[in-house]
Write a protein that binds this ligand. Structure first.
Ligand code: AMP
Length: 385
């Protein structure tokens, strides 16, 4: 019997894969609903996501879409068109390779050659670029990874960038994040897997042969998949780990009178704290009673000041004619990423215990990285179960 701690996207993907292979699986979730930061709660007729944007970074072609198919979960994903635009000096420019100067592309290949023997942080490359390319790189990092160029090395960034070249841009799941979670739950239960809501795991003990979880009382399992990151897992074992900082972000959900973007892609924003926005109701009108615009802003430090800046910038870009449905800030134990992109600690926590979720991603963006991490984690876990 395998236990999964936390019913977030990573936990549910892992549980489904194992159940499909014939393992007995039990998922424990402390909240009254499954999905963690990848679901939504309805407010005033709008599906306000609990964390992630209603968007899958590589759409119907990427690692998450492939994993869902492998598990047997059907979710319709509308690939974004255009994939992205860049708001530069008041003009919207469709993001294509040819809009970047040849010099920037040559610099990229030069840095790639250097990175083979010297792993420098990405800001060295960013600061060598022309203003346009540098601003785009910064908003891409902010939107996709919630980091700044000094937070990641060129090598790690290249690993992620290659995935974007391979699988291309985003898509929007019909029904949003919650539809993906609902399908995963239904599929798991149809295979005999169990999900227990409002059941917090309060302790973990390990011996060579088994792992015990303190739920209401101690219960034995052959292996454990933790969907709560390295830090909280260590705390449940009475240990402490020193980890790199989490990545933080603010998400604004706006109701507009009329479409602003008028497409299903991302509008990346140049030289502002807010990094980008999408208008998901253009792909699935059922996500809101009206036009829903989601704006994402990475931040470090104080959330209040960041929100003041963000709201001012939203008015500059979108105008004043909107209703602010929600402002959510993500940090500490409900962050954007438990560990910053590019600083992942790997999937093995201890023998018989693996970590999935955004604290143990493969080299890709957000939920795509989670899907890759889940497959890696299960490969490791199978050695012990
Ligand atoms: P996510 O934040 O999306 O990665 O999902 C993690 C999930 O784990 C969330 O739904 C949390 O509510 C849940 N969670 C966190 N700590 C515990 C715990 N000790 N026991 C059970 N579930 C937990």
């Amino acid at each position: 019997m395998i236990a999964v701690v936390g019913a977030g996207l990573g936990g549910l993907l892992a549980a489904n894969l194992l159940a499909k292979e014939g393992y007995k699986v039990e998922v424990y979730e402390r909240l009254p609903f499954p999905g963690g930061r990848f679901t939504s709660l309805n407010y005033k007729g709008f599906e306000i996501s609990t964390g992630a944007l209603h968007m899958i970074p590589h759409g119907s072609r990427g690692p998450l879409a492939k994993l869902l198919k492998k598990i047997g979960v059907r979710v319709e994903i509308i690939d974004s068109k255009p994939e992205g635009e860049f708001l530069w000096n008041g003009e919207r420019i469709e993001v294509r390779r040819r809009v970047f100067p040849l010099k920037a592309i040559l610099k990229f290949y030069k840095e790639l050659a250097i990175s083979k023997f010297k792993d420098r942080t990405l800001d060295i490359f960013a600061n060598s670029l022309d203003d346009f390319t540098k601003a785009f790189l910064n908003s891409f990092l902010g939107w996709s990874l919630s980091i700044y160029s000094e937070d990641i090395t060129f090598r790690k960034f290249y690993e992620i960038f290659k995935q974007t070249v391979k699988y291309r841009g985003p898509g929007i799941p019909i029904g949003g994040c919650k539809a993906v979670i609902d399908e995963l739950v239904e599929n798991l239960e149809s295979m005999g897997g169990k999900i227990y809501l409002r059941k917090e795991v309060r302790g973990i003990k390990k011996s060579n042969e088994e792992v015990k979880l303190l739920i209401e009382e101690w219960k034995c399992f052959d292996g454990v998949i933790s969907n709560i990151g390295h830090k909280l897992t260590a705390e449940l074992m009475g240990e402490k780990v020193n980890l790199p900082e989490e990545s933080r972000g603010i998400k604004y959900t706006l109701k507009l009178e009329e479409p602003f973007l008028e497409h299903t892609g991302v509008l990346f924003i140049a030289n502002k704290n807010i990094a980008g926005m999408n208008e998901v109701t253009n792909a699935d009108p059922n996500l809101g009673k009206g036009v829903m615009l989601q704006v994402h802003q990475p931040f470090k430090g104080d959330a209040r000041r960041a929100i003041e800046d963000g709201l001012r910038e939203i008015r500059e870009v979108v105008g004043k004619n909107f209703e602010l449905l929600a402002v959510q800030s993500f940090s500490r134990d409900w962050p954007v990423n438990r560990i910053k992109a590019g600083s992942d600690l790997g999937v093995v926590f201890k023998e018989r215990i693996v970590v999935v979720g955004d604290g143990a991603k493969g080299g890709d963006i957000e939920v795509e990285g989670i899907a890759l991490g889940v497959e890696k984690a299960l490969e490791e876990l199978r050695r012990w179960i």
